[in-house]
Design a protein around this ligand. Sequence first.
Ligand SMILES: *Cc1c(COP(=O)(O)O)cnc(C)c1O
Length: 455
Amino acid sequence: MENVPYKIYLTEEELPKSWYNVRAHMKNKPAPLLNPGTGKPMTFDELRPVFCDELIRQELDNDHAEIPIPKPVLDFYRMYRPSPLVRAYFLEKALGTPAHIYYKFEGNNTSGSHKLNSAIAQAYYAKQQGLKGVTTETGAGQWGTALSMACAFFGLECRVFMVKCSYEQKPFRREVMRTYGATVTPSPSDTTQAGRNILKEFPGTTGSLGCAISEAVEAAVTTPGFRYVLGSVLSQVLLHQSVIGLETHTALRKYGIKPDIIIGCAGGGSNLGGLISPFMGEKLRGEADYRIIAVEPASCPSFTRGRYAYDFCDTGRVCPLAKMYTLGCGFIPSANHAGGLRYHGMSSILSQLYADGLMEATSVEQTSVFAAAREFARTEGILPAPESSHAIRVAIDEALKCRESGEKKTIVFGLTGTGYFDMTAYQKFNDGEMSDYIPTDAELEKSLSKLPQIG
Ligand SMILES: *Cc1c(COP(=O)(O)O)cnc(C)c1O
């Protein structure tokens, strides 16, 4: 086992040729999206004005375990995949832990994150359908960047609504997107009815993913030849991200390694859902057991303090209802929160798995997240994204527990991306000006009390 290389790569032949749909093996399927008007499950036809046809089929598919990756998507994956699975020898040494730590690094492409895995698939299906372009929202900017790259590759127009505080804090992100041909609008904007409503209700708001989603959906349904695409939360996105977990699973198996703990950060749940999919599949089929931990920010704690209920996916309340752990669609994390993962809800697949006790969740405060990021940067060399650093925090904590107990556990975590565009947050941390903010129960109750009443 000690002759495991620093990076475990796969050959092209070993790359996954199909995505894995974990829903096929879930006894309790994730609850369906509901039409907020009728309270009934959204049908294919109801979703058609908003989403691409093939993506709707994937969204509604609870049955097929394997969904072939189209050849053009596979070819694109070959430009930057497989992503490396790295044994964190230097971090282990610095921590003095007997634990073995591995991370799956998804930051090895220009978008700087795992989001390209789904962006390229979604752009492909939009192109196949003969559409002109797509609209979307972006928070920190990784999804917008990934989608811009994917749209440039397939010759599609790309309109991005970017959460206003990120638009202002991250002008370089915006320029990357424009370089790939996207148009970028700060959200909330006065270009949509949803944006104008939000501006009226919350003047001076710095925006949220939820509002940007409302705007992007409205822009898609009012522009001929356009559809809306989303970079997380939806089951189709977790499906595409299963490529992360499948590669990890194959790479570990090559060396006979079985992880004890699998850790990932959770915003909308796509990277974590993708990373754990094949392992969760084994767990669901009774073939193996793993401890799986979702890590979320203490300032936006959907799993650990949210409610498992139907809620809108967006602040403007125009999207379908999803059953998920949610803080309420009106929840906007404190402006003090720098570390990404700002979404009020959570993937309905992960929500069901969590409700069924098949995975754990924990929340961490941002100063401790940045301390972990710094330690990781100094030992392993990679400057991690703040989002990814939530997983690093918990991986380090678990490795330190092994140091106390002497247990030689194998820990695998998802390193979702790089942090080059997050230097404002790093600067705050380096200057000792970063603080933690944990919402009070009363604050959470305020947005939770406005959950839609279903059933
Ligand atoms: C978007 C993003 C996340 C969180 O999104 P999930 O859908 O929860 O995976 C995590 N890390 C990075 C680098 C991201 O860009």
